[in-house]
Every structure is written in structure tokens, then in C-alpha cells.
Design a protein around this ligand. Sequence first.
Ligand SMILES: [Zn+2]
Length: 150
Amino acid sequence: MYYVRSVAKVMGKNNKKNYKNNTSEKVVLEARFFSYYKGAFVLKLPIGKNAASFGILFIGRKVTDTNVVKHEYGHRIQLKKMGFFRYFSRVAVPSVTANILYKMKKLPYDYYGSPWESAADFFGGVDRKTGGNIWPAGAYNSYSDLLKLF
Ligand SMILES: [Zn+2]
């Protein structure tokens, strides 16, 4: 019941603010369950500071950095430009695998400096002050060579 009342309250608020047209990252970060960002549906999840994007933006409830919202929106633009298969193979898979390596402290480069992550930053309008050094040529050769087989 509490949940239903909370959702109803949020929806009431949504109508007042015309949520679907929201372009404020702060509104997304302050939302409890869902919101919209530049026409994209945003689901808030109990996944800490993590975030992901596959058409819908998934933002962890503990995310406080507006760049995270912009970055995930950038991935949404990549999906629209690339289509499902190319986005899956050239963004989603390398992003997830690089993220695993990063969390194991085994990624020798800046996570956000990879071609797929720096492109998401670019499309989302992220102004990253640190941690976005572009990967050197050859840093991801084995993966891109593998993709050329398909
Ligand atoms: Zn990303």
C-alpha cells in the first residue's frame, strides 16, 4: 500500500512537472521509482551506484553524479544509431566485460576512455574531468579483431 501511495504521489508530481519532457538530470536523481530524461524512460533500481542502458535507462538509487544520467543517455543514442545487434556486440558486451575487469582492478586503462564509453560520453554531453583518457591504439585489438569475423 505504501508503494502504491508513493507511486501515485510521484505520478501526481509527474503531471505537474510534465515529466515526459524532463531534461534535468537532477530530477532523475531525485526520483524514487522512475522518471523520464529527454524522452527516455528511466527506472530507478536498488543497484547502488551502478547504471546501465538498453533503450531504457537503469539508474542505481545511490547515484548522485549527473554525468551518469548523461552517459547512459549517450548509450541510448548509440543504440538508436547502431541498431540492436551492433549495439549489443560493439557496446554492451565490451562495456560489461571491461566493467568486470575494472572492478577486479585488472583493466589497465581508464574505463571511460574506451571507444564505446567515450562515444557515450560524447553523445550524452558528459564533461568528464578525470578518468576518461582515451585508450591507446591497439588496446582493444583482440576484441575488435574478433568482431571482424562476423
Ligand atoms: Zn557506459
